[in-house]
Every structure is written in structure tokens, then in C-alpha cells.
Ligand binder design. Structure first.
Ligand code: NAG
Ligand code: NAG
Ligand code: NAG
Ligand code: NAG
Length: 195
């Protein structure tokens, strides 16, 4: 759903940042749905939402959620990396096919300049090369959905908040903080629903 001009600009920008533009794999795609974690009364509005991209700049988006699943809801898939956890868990890119000839990827926007209990998540063009914008190469799926164990570690679950796009938006909690949850946020699992 990006304008062609925007795509061309983003290709130019990202090529210079040496991101990869191979890596589309449409063979086992899924949409990503929120599943409200138990014990959160009054937060049902954060359940059963569908992850998509919200354009913020050339090749850049924030991860947001819509209440309905359509045939243009972001189609995700796992793309292998050469990384594993210390315990041997294989790590992947959480890639997306947004209908372009190149993939997009989920990026954990870790901010090492200050301490904060949660941080936003992007959907940016390309695979890898995420170091300037965050971490992208530590995802995997298990029975409670999408997980992150990548290089910077510290992932403590997914948080969805009505935030700066005036709609539900994806954040991740960082370990070592409390469990304070604003009224406009809820803790969720992110479950793959195969297409
Ligand atoms: C594409 O995805 C399928 C299903 O996940 C996987 O078996 C296959 O190895 C992938 N192909 C490439 C080239 O990554
Ligand atoms: C997607 O859905 C719309 C209606 O909502 C329909 O017009 C369109 O043909 C569909 N596209 C595909 C690829 O199925
Ligand atoms: C993993 O891939 C990256 C990027 O292609 C490369 O720089 C690195 O050397 C590789 N690491 C291993 C252990 O193969
Ligand atoms: C899924 O992975 C997360 C993160 O590593 C872990 O905390 C959780 O226990 C795992 N779930 C299952 C059912 O193994």
C-alpha cells in the first residue's frame, strides 16, 4: 500500500545502507492476530486485532493493528538467519510480503540512549541491516506465538497501546522493569493465523 515513488526512494536509501532485497518467500504466509493475555479485565478491545503497517516515511512503518482481517492484511513469514540462541533455538527474521518485489521486516526499536520499560516496533523495508533502527534477526514461533530472543535480549512480551497513530500500536516490554500497564495498553500474545 505504499506509493511507487516512496518505494523507489526507499530502495535507493536502503541500498546505500546495504540491506538485502532478496528474501521473499510466499510459501507459508500468515497474518498476525493479538490474543489478550489472561487477567486483564476491561481490555477485550485489544483482543483479536490484526497486525499491519502504518507508513511513517520512505521504507519505514510502525506496527499497528486493525480490527478486521482482509486480503491486504500484512502477510508474514519466517525467513532464516544464521543466528541461534545459546540454547540452540534457531532465529529468523519476521518478514512480510506487502505486495512489493522485496520483503519488509519487523524491527525491535531498542533505544540504547535511555532506559525505558517498553519500546516501539517497526515494519521496515528489507531484511537485516536493522542496526541503525533496531534489531530484526531474533524472532521465532512457539505455542504462544511470536517470540524475540535476539542480540540485545531483554524481550519481556508484547504490549499493544492506543498511541501516537490514534489506533492500537505494537510495543515490546523490556525485562527488569515492573509490570505497570497504562489504561490504554494491554499485554498480548501475537499468534500466526496461516493464510
Ligand atoms: C520458504 O519457506 C518454506 C516454509 O517455511 C521453507 O520450507 C523453505 O525452505 C523456504 N525457502 C527459502 C528459500 O527460504
Ligand atoms: C480483496 O478483497 C476485495 C474486496 O474486499 C476484492 O475486491 C479483491 O478482488 C480481493 N483481492 C484478492 C486478491 O483476492
Ligand atoms: C551471519 O551473517 C552475517 C551477515 O551475512 C555475517 O556477517 C556473519 O559473518 C555470519 N555469521 C556466521 C557465524 O556465519
Ligand atoms: C515460548 O518462548 C518464550 C520465549 O523464549 C518462552 O518464555 C515460553 O516459555 C515459550 N513457550 C513455550 C510453550 O515453550
Amino acid at each position: 500500500m505504499q506509493l511507487l515513488a516512496t518505494i523507489l526512494v526507499s530502495i535507493a536509501l536502503l541500498t546505500s545502507a546495504s540491506a538485502q532485497f532478496t528474501g521473499l518467500n510466499t510459501s507459508r504466509e500468515y497474518n498476525i492476530r493479538t490474543c489478550l493475555k489472561p487477567g486483564q479485565p476491561g481490555k477485550a478491545r485489544f483482543d483479536n486485532l490484526w497486525l499491519d503497517d502504518y507508513h511513517t516515511g520512505a521504507g519505514l512503518s510502525d506496527a499497528v493493528f486493525f480490527p478486521t482481517r482482509t486480503n491486504v492484511t500484512a502477510a508474514g513469514y519466517l525467513y532464516p538467519t544464521n543466528q541461534t540462541s545459546a540454547a540452540g533455538q534457531k532465529y529468523y527474521y519476521q518478514a512480510f510480503n506487502l505486495g512489493n518485489p522485496f520483503p519488509w521486516q519487523l524491527v525491535m526499536a531498542f533505544n540504547t540512549n535511555f532506559y525505558a520499560a517498553w519500546q516501539p516496533v517497526r515494519v521496515n523495508a528489507g531484511l537485516g541491516g536493522g542496526d541503525t533502527t533496531g534489531e530484526s534477526s531474533g524472532f521465532f514461533l512457539n505455542s504462544t506465538g511470536l517470540q524475540y530472543g535476539g542480540a540485545e535480549g531483554g524481550f519481556d512480551g508484547w504490549l499493544v497501546c492506543n498511541w501516537w497513530h490514534e489506533m492500537p500500536q505494537l510495543f515490546f516490554r523490556i525485562t527488569g522493569y515492573g509490570d505497570f500497564t497504562p489504561l490504554s495498553c494491554a499485554d498480548v500474545y501475537l499468534m500466526p493465523e496461516y493464510i
